[in-house]
Design a protein around this ligand. Structure first.
Ligand code: FE2
Length: 243
């Protein structure tokens, strides 16, 4: 079985389309989405629909899905972030927002893999796993060999076998028996590791192999759509920088 794992799409239809084309080329059987379908870019409705049509095995709720799906008060947000949330709320209908709000915070499939957007220790607090110290707390609540997560927009791998190791990045991981892994497939729609290409991972359960893929997409069109909306210019600029 081959799974495509992707998340942090953030309403970027061009990136999502490119990632799904790559998944098709690689002949994946199933899909897993690590959350944050919406926010930052200009196509929330289209991205949400495309993902629903795909019927992934798992979709978990990201913090942006949560802010946009709910009526959460935006007083503590900086003005640009609040504007993006409000803009996106206005561009979705109430049923779609409710659908986002009802996504689970975490889910386990096949007794083997758990999916969460942020961390397993406190999934609704939206903490970040940037280093092995952050990863340690989450590993304490990980009861499956593999966990896919997102939120940082940076492809990363943490491995627990005795202690916890994490080198930050990865290209491929050959899964070892008795080891636990936390793997971030990076961001499809707003990468922040300095590489502007869309990111995703493929998990081949028979080969016990997880590979990272980077995919070129039409950044200019995604930027143009942002600039034709009232979304902040910064959202357009950062796509080309991968930051
Ligand atoms: Fe995100």
């Amino acid at each position: 079985m081959k799974y495509a794992i992707f998340g942090d799409i953030h309403s970027n239809l061009e990136a999502l389309t490119a990632v799904l084309e790559k998944a098709e080329q690689e002949e994946v059987d199933k899909y897993i989405c690590t959350g944050d379908i919406v926010g930052y870019n200009a196509d929330p409705f289209e991205c949400l629909n495309k993902i629903r049509e795909l019927q992934p095995d798992v979709i978990v709720r990201g913090n942006h899905d949560d802010y946009i799906g709910s009526e959460i008060d935006l007083l503590g947000f900086n003005p640009q972030a609040a504007h993006v949330v409000e803009w996106t709320r206005e561009h979705l209908n109430p049923e779609d927002r409710q659908w986002l709000a009802e996504l689970p915070l975490s889910k386990t499939v096949n007794h083997n893999t758990t999916i969460v957007h942020a961390t397993l220790d406190m999934p609704g607090r939206w903490g970040y796993i940037f280093d092995k110290f952050n990863a340690m707390s989450s590993f304490n609540y990980q009861y499956t060999p593999i966990c896919f997560f997102g939120h940082t927009h940076i492809p990363s791998k943490f491995e627990k076998f005795g202690g916890v190791n994490g080198d930050g990045g990865f290209e491929e991981i050959i899964l070892q028996p008795g080891h636990k892994y936390m793997i971030n497939p990076g961001s499809a729609g707003q990468p922040r590791d300095g590489d502007s290409r869309a990111a995703m991972a493929i998990y081949d359960t028979e080969e016990k192999l997880i590979t990272l893929h980077r995919v070129e997409y039409d950044i200019e069109t995604a930027q143009k759509k942002i600039r034709n909306s009232s979304l902040p210019e910064r959202c357009a600029e950062r796509l080309a920088l991968g930051r």
